[in-house]
Design a protein. Structure first.
Length: 626
């Protein structure tokens, strides 16, 4: 079989980006040679390069005996979430030692002095950051925030009401539950009452500190979920927050202001409130699982398909196709008029308008998730929104992986969006934020180590000159060498392989760089076929753009014609992005569109489930035992 550069490219496109680590076997292996000698060969989990992993020998190639087993390179993994354990708030040291010594006297200290003395009896446990903040706060705060005389004040009642409504902003009310002292007490045993009030004072301040921190940055540490999450958690000054709470005359307003104020967050919050009022008994359209309808066929599910289109399409679409809708009698025959109706519905929903009713179309026709499923996605989305900056920036790029879309914003408004291809489930794209820095035209493709080791190495051991004939450039320790001169039985750690700019280059005309440790970037592709698919988790980790020149022009602040001229010059060239443009490589299965309507997407990587497990682990860690 003759292998051309075009044939090689077709498979290489699925492998164009990879950020990985060596999976050494045995566990104490330190070098690639150790892994080669002791590792266990695994079958490739993605499409191999033609003539590479298949072991096809090219004409004239020197055949060598392959050493087995071969090394493997693997990507990040998901973790079992570990939540912070609660710690005791050490306020006993803040009790006045003179007053405290008389707490058991026949006439105990009265009022605030008695409550302060009772700090020595307080046994409250909370999150580590909240505990430190409360200890520091009461070290200088002499007046109580939540207590007046021998009871709790109105401010405490307002704060408790906000904590009890935490679910409205995607938090868990039970994380901030506080035992409220009864209005009735034994006046003959004031020591017990003072102890109860002191415990309440410290417990409510602890709950408030935890709530503020959770509202600002989220209750989950994303970096503990998986190696695919990469965030610097926000710093929250909890001591300052407690001081603000103490001074505030509007505790409800202050606490509610700790959650993000962005339009996106508010849209998610409003959608959550609306759905929680809806009943699970809603009139849902049901289309039989596994239904597949093509033009010219008949199917008894067609009546439900039409019902779903009528229920979930715009008024404009229904007006344009009113005759087809009005004259449809419920028969199973998929007529041309109904095909046109389906195609219009698909186009309106961003699907391939081919008239074929499959899984993606059915999801839209049935309204997608149930109310319960949508609520679950909104809770996850509200949590994840807290990981992002308070202000995304008036000008920014936002990639939403489950939507397979990228959005460009200027002056705080979406200017355009386009289809993307993101990493496959086996080669997932990360969730992180960065800064757009460079547009590189006529780029080189630096072959990732994962492809060199997993895909090319088996072939290169049999055919060391393979890369030379395919036009790739090889270097060892930065020095250019022929592929045939490399010892492919040794370590590849110092070996680099790259594909020069050309019409066959896997990155196409350009790539847009935002340097990060994951080697993720946006780029063109010579093959546009994947953009026609509805499910586009198909790359090896990087983000492919359907209209790369348009995005490049936007971030550079030039016209598409100017970008085209740079490409036409034929030289590899890096064009610096002068503006401050943050980019968010995000992952939201529920997110509002430019009109503020929340849209729902499939959890292509199953990440929402890991976040829900993290919620459960956090709740368990925060439970007060005894």
């Amino acid at each position: 079989m003759k292998l051309t550069k075009t044939a090689l490219l077709a498979a290489a496109l699925a492998l164009s980006c990879a950020t990985v680590t060596l999976n050494a076997a045995p566990a104490n292996a330190l070098t690639l040679m150790d892994i080669i000698r002791g590792g266990k060969k695994k079958e490739p989990k993605y499409e191999p390069l033609p003539g590479v992993s298949s072991g096809t020998v090219l004409p004239g190639a020197e055949v060598k005996r392959e050493a087995k087993p071969l090394p493997r390179v693997t990507g990040p993994r998901y973790y079992t979430y570990k939540a912070d354990a609660l710690t005791r708030v050490a306020v006993d040291k803040l009790a006045d030692p003179v007053v405290t010594s008389s707490i058991s006297a026949e006439v105990p200290p009265a009022g605030d002095a008695g409550i302060r003395a009772a700090f020595s009896t307080v046994n409250v446990r909370t999150t580590p950051d909240a505990a430190k903040a409360v200890e520091t706060f009461y070290g200088s705060q002499k007046k109580f925030v939540w207590i007046d005389g021998t009871g709790i004040n109105d401010k405490a009642k307002a704060a408790i009401a906000v904590l009890a409504d935490a679910a409205s902003v995607g938090l868990a009310p039970w994380d901030y539950a506080v035992k409220i002292p009864s209005d009735s007490f034994d006046s003959a045993d004031m020591n017990a009452r003072y102890s109860e009030l002191a415990t309440f004072e410290v417990a409510l301040s602890s709950a408030i500190a935890t709530y503020v921190q959770d509202a600002v940055r989220g209750r989950i540490d994303p970096n503990r979920i998986s190696g695919y999450h990469d965030f610097k958690r926000k710093d929250v000054n909890l001591v300052a927050a407690l001081k603000n709470v103490a001074m505030s005359n509007n505790i409800k307003g202050y606490l509610e202001s700790r959650s993000p104020a962005s339009a996106d967050f508010q849209a998610l919050k409003a959608e959550l409130a609306k759905l929680r009022m809806e009943s699970e008994g809603e009139d849902r359209v049901v289309i039989a699982e596994g239904t597949l309808l093509k033009p010219g066929q008949s199917n008894p599910e067609l009546a439900n398909i039409v019902k779903g289109i009528v229920k979930h399409s715009s008024d404009a679409l229904k007006t344009d196709h009113s005759v087809a809708i009005a004259t449809y009698s419920g028969t199973p025959d998929y007529t041309p008029e109904l095909v046109a109706l389906v195609e219009a519905f698909q186009k309106e929903n961003g699907l391939k308008p081919d008239g074929v009713v499959g899984k993606a179309s059915i999801r839209k026709m049935t309204g997608g998730d149930s109310v319960a499923d949508k609520v679950g996605k909104l809770e996850v989305a509200l949590e994840q929104a807290r990981w992002l900056p308070v202000d995304l920036g008036a000008r920014h790029v936002f990639i939403n992986q489950p939507a397979f879309q990228v959005y460009y914003y200027e002056d705080g408004a979406e200017k355009f969006s386009m289809r993307t291809v993101v990493g496959s489930k086996a080669n997932q794209t990360y969730f992180f934020q960065d800064q757009v820095q460079t547009v590189e035209v006529n780029p080189y493709w630096g072959v990732p180590q994962s492809i060199i080791v997993n895909e090319m190495l088996p072939k290169l051991r049999n055919d060391p000159s393979y890369l030379d004939r395919m036009g790739y450039e090889v270097a060892v320790g930065g020095r250019a060498v022929p592929s045939s001169s490399v010892n492919w039985y040794g370590s590849t750690a110092g070996v680099s392989v790259r594909q020069p700019p050309s019409g066959d280059n896997a990155l196409g005309e350009l790539k847009i760089l935002f340097p990060n440790s994951h080697a993720i970037y946006m780029h063109d592709t010579p093959s546009k076929s994947f953009f026609k698919k509805d499910m586009r988790a198909l790359s090896h980790g990087c983000v492919r753009l359907a209209e790369p020149r348009k995005m490049a022009a936007a971030v550079l602040g030039v016209s598409e014609d100017e970008v085209g001229k740079e490409i036409a010059a034929g030289r590899n060239k890096a064009l610096s992005v002068k503006a401050d443009i943050p980019i968010y490589v995000a992952y939201f299965t529920a997110w509002p569109n430019k009109d503020g309507k929340v849209e729902y997407f499939d959890d292509v990587y199953g990440r929402d489930d890991y976040i829900r497990k993290a919620f459960a682990a956090t709740q368990k860690a925060r439970e007060i035992q005894g």
